[in-house]
Design a protein around this ligand. Structure first.
Ligand SMILES: Nc1ncnc2c1ncn2[C@@H]1O[C@H](COP(=O)(O)OP(=O)(O)OP(=O)(O)O)[C@@H](O)[C@H]1O
Ligand SMILES: [Mg+2]
Length: 307
């Protein structure tokens, strides 16, 4: 069986008694995966990350990192984890190298070599003596990543590391994550509110909304699910005629309202066939909308619909 680096069992957490902020969350992060934790603003991504790191009290359910719970082992476990939550806290009046030296004092056995190495990994060697207040946002983010990498972590947890970066900065971070994963076998847990980002970078995905996990699987399965069993809403000038044509294609349809029918298809590839057939029969098509369960969610997770 696949080894899980992060596993939670029925994790529940509330900041206040009025609502549940994390509800029955069962995370499964396989070893050496890049796991994308996807969800809109306020979904519970940062809260989950805080729970994984043992930074919030009074949760119910279990959190296991490397198969172990924090009881008795917290320091040992956290020594194998590097984390970057929201924006890194850096000293602007100090240089990159000085920031790394300070951060290394909080950890066990970090050698001078390792500081140089991490600067190299995040490609900041040429700016090592520059004051951080002169850094761009992307550079600050990479320095934060270097701090997270100091302890040579087996698990890297990154909370929206590309937030606020320009396209070039986003690509750099994406490449870095992939390199760390392929060269050192680092398991990466990365949160994002952008589906496209997760699809490009990750091997696995968990989608969270209102504190609940809605989907968790390999990214390839997510891609397949998006194009399977789709419900289409089609607006035409003739419902009854359209339904007869749909029936001939062995598809089922129902009338929703005037000039609007719903058709169930198995694959996206069916859409052009259906359009061709309707047009051949002189049916006018005014609009086609894909309506499946996850669709609304996916829509809220694309670039054009930042919420
Ligand atoms: N310190 C806090 N006290 C009270 N409620 C909080 C606190 N932090 C977060 N919340 C609430 O918990 C829920 C989850 O928030 P969280 O910050 O985990 O979401 P998120 O997915 O990280 O969102 P974002 O994409 O904006 O970073 C939200 O309803 C939020 O308002
Ligand atoms: Mg957050």
């Amino acid at each position: 069986m696949e080894k899980l680096i992060v596993k939670t069992e029925n994790l529940n957490f509330s900041y206040s008694s009025s609502k549940k902020d994390i509800e029955n969350l069962n995370l499964r992060v396989p070893k050496a995966s890049i796991y994308g934790f996807l969800g809109p603003n306020g979904a519970g991504k940062t809260t989950t990350i805080r729970l994984l790191l043992g930074l919030l009290r009074n949760h119910s359910g279990k959190v296991r990192l490397f198969g172990k719970s924090f009881t008795n082992n917290r320091i040992n476990i956290l020594n194998k984890v590097g984390a970057l939550i929201e924006n890194p806290s850096l000293y602007g009046h100090l240089t990159a190298i000085e920031n790394l030296i300070i951060a290394s004092n909080y950890r066990r056995n970090i050698s001078k070599n390792r500081i140089t190495e991490t600067l190299d990994i995040v490609k900041l060697t040429h700016s090592k003596n520059k004051k951080v207040k002169e850094f761009s946002l992307g550079m600050k983010q990479r320095l934060g990543l270097a701090i997270a990498l100091l302890g040579n972590p087996e698990l890297l947890i990154l909370d929206e590391p590309t937030n606020g970066l320009d396209p070039k900065g986003i690509i750099e971070i994406r490449q870095l994550i992939k390199e760390l994963n392929s060269q050192y076998g680092t398991t990466v847990f990365i949160s994002s509110h952008l589906l496209s980002e997760i699809e490009r970078t990750c091997t696995h995905v968990g989608i969270i909304k209102n504190g609940k996990m809605l989907f968790q699987n390999k990214v390839e399965v997510l891609k397949r699910t998006q194009s399977e069993n789709l419900e289409l809403e089609i607006e035409t000038n003739n419902n009854n005629h359209s339904m007869r044509i749909v029936k001939k294609l062995a598809l089922s349809s129902t009338i929703i309202e005037n000039n609007l029918i719903s058709v169930i298809i198995k694959q996206k590839a069916m859409i052009p066939k259906l359009i061709d057939e309707l047009r051949k029969n002189q049916i006018d098509i005014y609009q086609i909308k894909i309506k499946n369960n996850l669709e609304e969610l996916f829509l809220s997770l694309t670039e054009n619909n930042k919420i």
